[in-house]
Design a protein around this ligand. Structure first.
Ligand code: NAD
Ligand code: DAU
Length: 331
């Protein structure tokens, strides 16, 4: 199978390429704009004869058309992905997440091409801390941030292209990922690399907000299952029952790294900060037989810490610029 992977030099995309290439029948082309979040080092060591990298934007209609025509399946990871950045400047989020998805969908429509759209649980808004409910495929859309609003818009474009034009697409909405090659702007890598640098972790607000953590490999195995045997036109929620408060995550990181669990600082809250996400992945488990291989968050977190300790050469070049951006908002 010839796979076109947009955003394949980012966190989840690069892990997906690594997983997909374990199958010798797969050839991958990465289409990536190499924004601040794209990293060639995340693709090191992959078989060159089965992995091609193209530098370019998903908004470039000519390039996208030619690439889609030359592949069997497109998996669309490329996005502006960080909520805090979307609060500072929403414009690249509108461009890449909305115009980029539209550009891909038009190419997919022309070539009657199989398309899988990667999205997020944030399209559903948030839940109360004490609400027993979880998000399902039937939860109404209610995004909070410029990031999640553009992801919600991109999902709705896909649904419209399926219904109006018969495009062969599936959508997945996943919860918070963690694992190797995640940018140090994101919560878990930021706190691990802060502790390595002797800097106290920083929790927004009270630290009570809850995220539903899943290992990136479990996310990507689910995506491969949906591409293989998902029903065209359907949406699948991906999650591994990994709810943790931000405070609990920071306390675990500190303990695992030999510090006092209370050695963190509370900083100003994110505007519009979603309180809690939680995924009900029953459809994925029951229809496609998927189950997470890393259901134990504490051991997955320990492995992630080991990865950042061992791979300082990968993250060090981006650390100072990231912290300079946070310093401007006092976070
Ligand atoms: P990331 O920021 O690490 O990577 C994004 C990649 O897209 C980068 O390589 C970047 O260079 C590339 N890119 C950006 N604009 C582009 C453009 N115009 N054309 C081509 N490439 C472009 O993001 P991530 O965390 O790996 O997220 C990947 C996808 O998964 C996104 O669609 C995101 O919404 C979704 N998602 C992320 C999470 C999570 O926890 N990180 C959870 C659920 C869904
Ligand atoms: O739910 C899926 C989403 O998860 C994806 O769609 C997004 O692309 C991805 O970035 C992630 O969004 P979050 O906003 O939940 O992730 P982030 O890593 O930015 O923050 C996780 C939580 O930690 C959130 O409640 C904010 C908080 N936080 C974050 C940082 C960077 C802190 O308390 N301190 C911090 O320094």
């Amino acid at each position: 199978m010839r796979l076109l992977v947009t955003g394949g030099a980012g966190f989840i995309g690069s892990n997906f390429v690594r997983t997909a290439l374990k199958d010798a029948a797969h050839h991958v082309t990465v289409l990536d704009a190499f924004t601040y979040a794209g990293n060639r080092g995340s693709l090191d060591g992959l078989p060159a004869e089965r992995c091609t990298v193209v530098e370019g934007s998903v908004c470039d209609a000519g390039l996208v058309d030619a690439l889609v025509a030359a592949h069997d399946v497109t998996v669309h990871f490329a996005a502006e992905s960080h909520n805090d950045n979307s609060l500072n400047d929403p414009s690249p989020f509108v461009q890449t997440n909305l115009v980029g998805t539209y550009t891909l969908l038009e190419a997919v429509r022309r070539h009657d091409h199989r398309y899988h759209h990667i999205s997020t649980d944030e399209v559903y808004g948030d839940l109360e801390l004490d609400d027993p409910a979880k998000f399902t495929e039937r939860t109404p859309y209610n995004p909070s941030s410029p990031y999640s609003a553009t992801k919600a818009g991109s999902d709705l474009l896909v649904r419209a292209w399926v219904r109006s034009f018969g495009v062969r697409a599936t959508i997945s909405n996943c919860s918070n990922n963690y694992g190797p090659y995640q940018h140090v702007e994101k919560f878990i890598p930021r706190q691990i690399t802060n502790v390595i640098d002797g800097v106290r972790p920083r929790l927004y607000g009270t630290g009570a907000n809850v995220r539903d953590w899943i290992h990136v490999e479990d996310h990507n195995e689910a995506v491969l299952a949906i591409i293989d045997r998902g029903t065209i036109g359907e949406t699948y929620l991906i999650g591994a029952d990994g709810e943790q408060s931000n405070r609990a995550v920071v306390e675990q990181i500190l303990t695992l790294m030999g510090q006092e669990p209370s050695a963190y600082d509370l900083v100003s809250d994110r505007p519009g900060h979603d309180l809690r996400y939680a995924i009900d992945a029953s459809r994925l488990r029951e229809e496609l037989g998927w189950a997470p291989r890393y259901p134990d968050f504490p051991s997955g977190l320990a492995a992630a810490i080991d990865w950042y300790v061992a791979n300082e050469a990968w993250w060090r070049p981006m650390k100072a610029a990231t912290e300079n951006r946070y310093a401007k908002t006092g976070q």
